[in-house]
Structure formats: C-alpha cells, structure tokens
Design a protein around this ligand. Structure first.
Ligand code: NDP
Ligand code: HSE
Length: 438
C-alpha cells in the first residue's frame, strides 16, 4: 500500500523526538499501521538543523505554509507551538483536506471549538494525544476506553515542569529558580515558563479533558488558574508534618450546580499514590460511575515521551484515514450536535477542604478569636497545629486544616481573620482534596 506522507512543522524538542522515534521504530510502526508512515517534508526556521536531522530523506523548507498546502502531504504534524501562526497553519492544513496531529494544548484550549468544527466540516481528523500529559495515552483512555462511563471527576498532576520543581524543592532543598532552570534545560518547560509555573499550561490540558469527559465546548476562559510561584518552603514542610504533600492539581468535577474547572496547589494525603508522583512524571485519576477510580501514570513532558503520543496519533490517523468521517471517534468524544451547555462554576461556589496558615501574636485568646470566626461561618476545623515561637519573635505560625466548605465562606473567614489585631500579614490558603474513591 502507498506510504502515508507526513509534513512535520517544527523540529524542536518534540519534533526532533518524533522524527527519531518514527525512524527508529519504522519497521514495527509500518506493521502496526498497515502502511509506511513517511516524513516527506520538514519545516523549521533553522533549515540547517532540519537538513541535518532529515539526512536527505525529506524535503526541507523554512516555510511551514508550503507544507500545510502541499498536495503531496496527507498529515500535517504541528509542533511549533503558540497560538497565532500555529492556528493559521492548522486551519490552512484543514482547508487543504489534510489530517492534523498536534501537541499544542494552548491552541486547542483557546481555539479548539473553531478548529474541530473546521475539521468536522472538511471531513479530516485533528488528533492531539500529545497535548495532554505528554506520553500518557489519557485522551484515548477518556474518549474510548472509558466511553461506557458517566465521568464524575478528574484530578491530575498534568504539568511536568511544576511537579519537577516541587519535587526538587522538597527532596533536594533546591531553590525554585534552580529547579526551573533544570526543567528548561531538560526541554520540559514551555517557551514562556510562566505558563508552567502559573498553572496556565495545566489549565489548557484540563480544559481539553473536561470537554472530553463532560461533552462541553472548550472553555479555557472559565478555568480558575493558580500556580506554584507563591508556595513557600514552610507550607511544604507544614503540609508534610500533617501527613500531606502539596501538588499542582488540575481538577474538573461534575456537580449538581455545574462543572468545576480549576488548577491550584493542593494538599493531598501523603499515602495516596498520586501524592508520590515525582519529577516530570504526570498522573491522572479519573472517576467513572461504572469503573470507579482509575489512574494513569507516565512521563508528562520531554522529547521522546511526547513523541510517543505524536506517533501513536499518526498511526491512528493512518488507520482511520480511509474510514467514513461520520463513523470516526468524535474529536471531543461526544457527537458535535450532542454537546451539553452545562455551566462552569465560579470558584466561590466550589466546595473543598482548606489548609490555612497565619502568623499570630503568641498570647491567650488568639485561637478563640480565630475559631469563633470559622464557627460563625459554619466552617469546622479538622486539625490544628501551633508552632513553637522562634526565639526573639513574638509571632507564631498557626496551621489549621478545615473540613469541606464553600470557597466564598472560607474567603469571608480569611478577611475577618486578617482584620484581627492579633494577626500579622495575610492568611495563606491552600485547597485540600482527600481524593478518595468517592
Ligand atoms: P520547541 O521550541 O523546542 O520547538 C519548536 C520548533 O518550531 C523550534 O525549532 C522553532 O524554531 C520552530 N518554529 C517556531 N515557529 C516556527 C515557524 N513559524 N516556522 C517554522 N518553524 C517554527 O518546542 P517544543 O518541541 O517543546 O514544543 C512544541 C509543541 O509541543 C508546543 O505546542 C508545546 O506546548 C507542545 N508540547 C511540548 C512538550 C515538551 O515536553 N516540550 C510536551 C507536550 C507538548 P525556533 O526555535 O527558531 O523558534
Ligand atoms: N511544559 C509542559 C509540562 C510540557 O511541563 O508539562 C508538556 O505538556
């Protein structure tokens, strides 16, 4: 059978990994796909680098649009990143009747509705396994493996860079800046690393998973996003002393009031498997009504782990290339005319437990004042620790874990606590999730 011709846009970390994996495993991949998958064209700004990688096996250009419109190309693989040129290229490829494979979660979280509609209309596939959790086949699991289930919630460590930073800080006492520098050198971080450390990249991925899980359009603008840049070493240590680990989690949950869509640092019981996921590894818990809780684990970033997902999509698209568009797996798991308009909840309506840390004058009556405020708002305390005062200091750290309450109640309590004369500075709030089977 005739080879399928691929146009590769971008040969940075993921693009070069894709070329290498596809070349190295060519024989087995052909046996799996049923025909040869051949990189026929490569576009990158650095032509010399592209020529060196291709070694004469592909046409090389610095004009990615030439690839997206070439009549010789069947599948365009977009690995340049960003949301401007990448969007134009993907739409151009679709317009020219080409299937698209991309690892670009930012692009799909922001413009997924437009891109999937264009692909549907053109009868082509946009595959994006590599866009969520690097090498873990979570899109396939959610869209196909768990298709029998009513998905109830998803909670995941879905940014390798921030997990790497938290692990390096906790295990090796590394500084935030040094750990970030390492993650960049290892090819894990986005071009703009604030996407990683401020939770934006995780929110892009969570947006895509929520759409697939609940059959809703992509709504990145409604995601609550908080990163790890304000976490302190004290919080990591205090959480540890109370039996918890802090992880940057993406959580999406179906509730009676609407859908939660949130990314933030979260205390998780240290005994949970997911609390022990370290370094660049990602892990995603998915709760389905029939299957219960399932967990998916693997490398969330990096050259060849991400290439593994890109190449898997290439094989999938090759297999589905000739099938009737009406009978292909829908891009967001649900048929486009069967999407739901259930609302994303504002954070004030989200219910969770909390870790609170405050600095208070070490004198009688302080705890009574704080607990009265919490009690008046119906917030009950699960655990409390008062640290020994540091010599020469008149303040002590008080750490409280609360039971579940609405975010609007805890925020109201925090402003009242901060207004107390005996409290110094602001109260640190970190959300806490037990992540048990329910
Ligand atoms: P890189 O920056 O390493 O690679 C991008 C490549 O594309 C670079 O060689 C870049 O050249 C080239 N490029 C950029 N714009 C153009 C253009 N207009 N025309 C031609 N070439 C262009 O990025 P990554 O490989 O890390 O990431 C690629 C995509 O994969 C992103 O969407 C990212 O979010 C996603 N991703 C990345 C993962 C990772 O672990 N790195 C994991 C999962 C997804 P130049 O350097 O000169 O700009
Ligand atoms: N920058 C991303 C991360 C790459 O660190 O997880 C993988 O999507």
């Amino acid at each position: 059978m005739k080879a399928i011709n691929v146009g590769l846009l971008g040969i940075g970390t993921v693009g070069s990994g894709t070329f290498k994996v596809l070349s190295r495993n060519a024989e087995e991949i052909t046996r799996r796909a049923g025909r040869e998958i051949r990189i026929a064209m490569i576009a990158d700004r650095d032509i010399e680098k592209a020529k060196k990688l291709a070694g004469g096996s592909a046409i090389v250009t610095d004009d990615a649009f030439k690839v997206a419109s070439s009549p010789d190309i069947d599948i365009v693989v977009e690995l340049i990143g960003g949301t401007t040129v990448a969007r134009q290229l993907v739409l151009e490829a679709i317009k020219n009747g080409k299937h698209v494979v991309t690892a670009n979660k930012a692009l799909l979280a922001l413009y997924g509705n437009e891109i999937f509609a264009a692909a549907q209309k053109a009868g082509v596939i946009v595959a994006f396994e590599a866009a969520v959790a690097g090498g873990i086949p979570i899109i396939k699991a959610l869209r196909e493996g768990l298709t029998a289930n009513r998905i109830e919630w998803i909670a995941g460590i879905i940014n390798g860079t921030s997990n790497y930073i938290l692990s390096e800080m906790r295990e090796k006492g590394a500084s935030f800046a040094d750990a970030l520098k390492d993650a960049q050198a290892l090819g894990y971080a986005e071009l703009d690393p604030t996407f990683d450390i401020e939770g934006i990249d995780a929110a892009h991925k969570l947006t895509l998973m929520a759409s697939i899980a609940f059959g809703i359009p992509t709504q990145f603008d409604k995601a609550y996003t908080e990163g790890i840049s304000k976490l302190t070493r004290e919080d990591i240590t205090y959480a540890e002393e109370l039996g918890y680990r802090i992880k940057l989690l993406g959580i999406t949950k179906r509730t009676e009031k609407g859908i939660e869509l949130r990314v933030h640092p979260t205390l998780i019981p240290a005994k949970r498997l997911i609390a022990n996921v370290e370094g660049v590894m990602n892990a995603i818990l998915v709760k389905g009504d029939a299957v219960g809780a399932t967990m998916y684990y693997g490398a969330g970033a990096g050259s060849e782990p991400t290439a593994s997902a890109v190449v898997a999509d290439l094989v999938d698209v090759t297999r589905m290339h000739t099938s009737d568009p009406e009978h292909r797996v829908p891009h967001l798991a649900f048929q486009p005319d069967a999407m739901s308009d259930v609302a994303i909840l504002p954070m004030s309506e989200v219910e969770t437990a909390y870790y609170l840390r405050m600095r208070a004058f070490d004198k009688p009556g302080v705890l009574a004042d704080v607990t009265r405020i919490l009690a008046d708002l119906g917030i009950s305390i699960d655990a409390m620790v008062q640290k020994e005062p540091i010599e020469g200091e008149e303040h002590v750290d008080i750490i409280m874990l609360t039971h579940r309450t609405l975010e609007k109640h805890i925020d109201c309590a925090i402003s009242k606590i901060e207004a107390l004369a005996v409290i110094s500075g602001s109260v640190k709030k970190i959300r806490l999730e037990e992540l048990n089977r329910n």
